[in-house]
Design a protein around this ligand. Structure first.
Ligand code: 3HC
Length: 293
């Protein structure tokens, strides 16, 4: 059976979820964006308005296209509104108990043919699938931050995924203008498995006093031609997400490279989560990096 994906639910409209909702709406699909409460919903809506306004300001989109795009997104706090969608992409915080609760709700609410996808960065897609009565229709669809810009989607099938479904999700990713790669269900998949060891190591170097934050960032950015150094990237990803991905990788692999660096734990405990809270390794005013302190 080849499915058509026309109406998509996105659950969780934080940095990733709002970006993912924008990607689907840009591809002219109808999107239902779900958040837990009105305040979070409003933040998600603002994120989408700001991101698309930036595209208008840069002449990448007309004001009419922006309003048509936003008009394709319905905002709601009720999961029950997902009853008729063809696909749900979950982008809530990386806690298995939250994911389990959500997927068992989605399984009850969504029509039997609907595909349930998780944007998890590191948790087991198989374990998430097992909480539903339709594990064959559960996949990983992992986007990268900022979702409207980054061209990759990791597509994760499990041992119980229906034959051909990972291929259909890869085709959908292409329709969104992304390049899919198909990956097995192991913590961190490809990108985060390699990336978080590097970012965590950068934190270790900072703690050891080998070089300053700015010099490590400048070294990696200019020495390797990367778009940003490790601390700027940690702030973009979110220190809470980075910490949680390291924890999961460490639990699975026992590889010391993934044991979260103490400085990461300290920042997360203090609520300094990076760009989204206005301060992480750097300080930000209204989302824009300021001169490092
Ligand atoms: N939302 C939408 N669009 C955005 C955006 C955002 N948050 N940030 C930047 N853009 C767009 C800009 O509008 C601009 O678009 P245009 O070319 O059409 O005008 C384009 O991206 C370039 O932006 P800027 O000129 O403002 O800035 P830069 O050239 O410095 O690029 C960047 C910004 C794209 C973020 C770049 O620095 C970059 O690629 N950084 C690395 C990001 C990265 O590695 N992401 C992956 C993180 S790992 C992850 O997400 C996995 C997770 O599971 C942890």
């Amino acid at each position: 059976m080849t499915r058509t994906f026309e109406t998509v639910g996105v659950v969780g409209l934080g940095t990733m979820g709002a970006g993912i909702a924008e990607v689907f709406a840009r591809a002219e699909m109808s999107v239902i964006g779900v958040e837990a409460d009105e305040a979070a919903l409003e933040r998600g809506r603002r994120h989408l308005e700001t991101s698309t306004a930036r595209a208008v300001a840069r002449d990448r989109m007309s004001a009419e296209q922006q309003s048509a795009l936003l008009g394709r997104i319905t905002f709601t706090t009720s999961r029950e509104d997902l009853a008729d969608v063809d696909l749900v992409v979950e982008a809530i915080p990386e806690l298995m108990e939250y994911k389990r609760g959500l997927f068992s709700d989605l399984d009850r609410i969504c029509k039997p043919s609907a595909v349930l996808a998780t944007n998890t960065s590191s948790l087991s897609v198989t374990a998430i699938a097992a909480t539903t009565s339709r594990p064959a229709q559960v996949v990983g669809m992992h986007f990268f931050n900022p979702a409207p810009v980054m061209r990759l989607v990791e597509v994760i099938g499990t041992v119980v995924t229906e034959d051909g479904l990972a291929g259909e999700i890869a085709d959908l990713a292409r329709r969104l203008g992304k390049t899919p790669v198909t990956v097995g269900d192991r913590a961190g998949f490809v990108v985060n498995r390699l990336l978080l060891g590097y970012l965590n190591h950068a934190c270790g170097l900072l703690e050891s006093g080998l070089a300053s934050r700015d010099d490590i960032d400048a070294a990696m950015k200019l020495g390797l031609g990367l778009p940003m150094g490790p601390f700027t990237l940690l702030d973009l990803i979110g220190l809470d997400t980075s910490y949680e991905v390291c924890e999961v990788l460490f639990r699975e692999s026992r590889d010391p490279r993934h044991a979260p660096a103490p400085v990461l734990r300290e920042f997360v405990t203090a609520g300094l989560l990076g760009r989204k809270t206005g301060r992480g390794f750097y300080s930000y005013a209204e989302g824009a990096p300021t001169v490092p302190e």
